[in-house]
Design a protein around this ligand. Sequence first.
Ligand code: AMP
Length: 398
Amino acid sequence: MKILVINAGSSSLKYQLIDMENETLLAKGLCERIGIDGHLKHSPLVGGKPVFNEDLPMPTHAEAIAAVIDKLTSAEYGVVASMKEIDAVGHRVVHGGEKFACSVKIDDAVMAALDECTPFAPLHNPANITGINACKAVMGDVPMVAVFDTAFHQTMPSKAYMYAVPYEYYENDGVRRYGFHGTSHRYVSSRCAELMGKPIEELKIISCHLGNGSSLAAIKNGKCVDTSMGFTPLVGLPMGTRCGDLDPGVMQYLMAKYDMDIDKMLNILNKKSGVQGISGISSDFRDLEKGATEGNERAKLALEMFSYWVAKVAGSYAAAMNGVDAIIFTAGVGENGPDTRKAVLDYLAFLGIEVDAAANAKRGEDIMISTADSKVKAFVIPTNEELVIARDTAEIVG
Ligand code: AMP
């Protein structure tokens, strides 16, 4: 079975074609500047075919999907003979609200429910829905599945997902913690159980997805019991450009003082804050590490704040689960930042974690970075959200 995985943004669309027989990645690519002019980078990964990397007109997502199908099936760049070989499409959808606690086959009722979730993710869900509609237009009745960033977190107990605001805002308006990065937390936690040779139902895991956006999840017996992002992905840890947790009073104070409206304030908290805002240099940890090495105090502070927050939230999750067996690092910083990992794990040494310095310096697949006799194990596990989407799609349509 061959599955096309689609991650549609407002002006971009990422894709992978995966052969589920042995989970081989056949091709991947990215459409950019959809609705502006259009550019496609298509990389076939089998059969020695060349990369296609050129401008192509893409007035809408439908032309983008058509271009993707054209390249996947073309003699020069293709990896399948025709569209008929694509058995199903798996779509990443950001927000499933409380309606979706797992992946679902897309039908008219699901499309209507996705629309209802749009107010929770006004920038992301419409793009995901556009991607689904474009696929339907180009691919006809090929079965499609929606896989939600929020679904994995639906197992949280109410004490973890409720905000202490008047209860009717939850009942009437759906105001609660939803959490994001669920597909990633789910993938790395199940891989961690495999690596530990134990059923996930017997493990307490803290998963640290540290990238441009960052979140932690507490996963007890295979179920998420808490996570650091909330109603939106703005809260929790300080991130690349997002502020993380903030006293709402700060907003009121700054908005009044600088005569800012809420959109301007939120733009600052989403795009100009986090380690970028603190350092004044960059949101990229490579730049911050270079800056800190060269004596830039604010770059150093940004890095210190980040690892402090990861450790502080992880410590609270050890309390929430009454213990922890393993800590996982994944995503851009988690997979590539040994200094950040070490700083976080040093804070958590009291839990019985001992870092293996040589292992922590390695790069590559699935590495245990704690010593063999460390009470709590630590791992670097590269995330693979597309594979989870493809697996769910294959299982649901298969
Ligand atoms: P992601 O959102 O998962 O794609 O992560 C992107 C972030 O990972 C970048 O903004 C960098 O801060 C970080 N990153 C990527 N490569 C490295 C590296 N070699 N060392 C430190 N941080 C890295």
